[in-house]
Design a protein around this ligand. Structure first.
Ligand SMILES: Nc1ncnc2c1ncn2[C@@H]1O[C@H](COP(=O)(O)OP(=O)(O)OP(=O)(O)O)[C@@H](O)[C@H]1O
Ligand SMILES: [Mg+2]
Length: 316
């Protein structure tokens, strides 16, 4: 059986401005999303997340390669028969209320009046916007718009949800509610692909993550595997390190803090740790502590975002 989503050596190139300057937003990425999975797409601003999702939605054309939904090329509208989408900035007609907008979306998806009468209030409730369901949309806050967009994505009960930054603009409680809602969708057997900058949400929710940088796929896997695969970090505290030995001891480590005589370094990997400690001791410094730090997804993300070449870069 084919995957629910297949991104196959996808390239997206935009041409901008008078001189049709080429912007390569996506440069040959491949990954798949299987039935019932929650997959998170993460990466710094401009790394190509929205462009990738837009190809799935048929809003942007692949310059090369392809995106397929249940084996059907996303160029064909029928590939989206069972897809619910939340855009990055949901556009909701300003003169409608959330109730009217969600009802309209249900109608466009082919739901009959009786079904909409039941579903619309239920999804408004689930998305946490029922309390403002009858206010004109132009009076809603960003978070309230986001929730309206989410209700619209859910109204047809699609088996696949594609959500671009579903937690953006939400307060911590709202984020928690949306997180629970995504989990509940998974429990109902739905497949979810979403993009986010909020790493703790990705860590808590996803079966797998795909990390993009500058349009390329840096790495993918389960959160646990990615974190395990990345280097072990140690917080090393040194005292009385002579100034003339400083550069040599610090080497490629990161200076985390410096307080009086105390210098705290972040050292990556076991061999560099041994080398740094040996050099520090030889220079006459004291090693006051060496605390191993569990790498979080955030460390991995920041490292991937900052450095051009990561050892585990799996580009395809
Ligand atoms: N319509 C467009 N025309 C020209 N360039 C575009 C267009 N949309 C996106 N880009 C460019 O493509 C690159 C990738 O953008 P994209 O929106 O896919 O990134 P993103 O990962 O979703 O970023 P963010 O985290 O900020 O939402 C960026 O350099 C962006 O400027
Ligand atoms: Mg985006």
């Amino acid at each position: 059986m084919s995957s629910v989503i297949e991104i196959d050596k996808l390239h997206v190139t935009y041409r901008v401005g008078f001189f049709r300057k080429v912007v390569q937003a996506v440069r040959g990425i491949s990954f798949a999303v299987e039935e019932g999975e929650i997959v998170g797409l993460i990466g710094p601003n401009g790394s190509g997340k929205t462009s990738t999702l837009k190809v799935l939605l048929g809003l942007v054309r692949a310059t090369d390669g392809a995106a397929r939904i249940r084996g059907i090329d996303s160029k064909q509208p029928k590939s989206r028969a069972e897809l619910g989408f939340l855009p990055e900035n949901p556009y909701v007609y300003p003169y409608l209320t959330p109730r009217e907008f969600v009802d309209l979306c249900g109608r466009l998806s082919g739901l009959d009046a009786a079904t909409r009468e039941k579903r619309v209030p239920a999804v408004l409730e689930r998305a946490g916007i029922a309390f403002a369901a009858d206010r004109p949309v132009r009076r809603l806050s960003k978070g309230m718009l986001q929730r309206t967009g989410l209700a619209a994505a859910l109204v047809a009960e699609p088996s696949l949800l594609v959500l671009d930054e579903p937690m953006s603009g939400l307060d911590p409680l709202g984020r928690r509610e949306v997180r629970d809602l995504i989990f509940e969708e998974k429990r109902r057997g739905r497949t979810v692909l979403f993009s986010s900058h909020v790493l703790s949400d990705i860590e808590a929710l996803c079966d797998r993550v795909v990390i993009l940088r500058k349009g390329e796929l840096v790495t993918q896997g389960t959160v646990r595997d990615l974190v395990k695969r990345s280097a072990t970090l140690t917080e090393l505290t040194l005292r009385n390190l002579p100034a003339d030995a400083r550069q040599e001891v610090i080497g490629t480590s990161t200076v985390l803090r410096e307080l009086g005589e105390e210098l705290v370094l972040e050292v990556s990997g076991d061999t560099p740790l041994a080398t740094t400690m040996t050099k520090a001791l030889a220079a006459g410094a004291k090693v006051t502590s060496a605390v191993p730090r569990k790498d979080s997804l955030e460390d991995l993300f920041v490292r991937n975002a900052l450095h051009e070449d990561t050892p585990d870069a799996a580009k395809n």
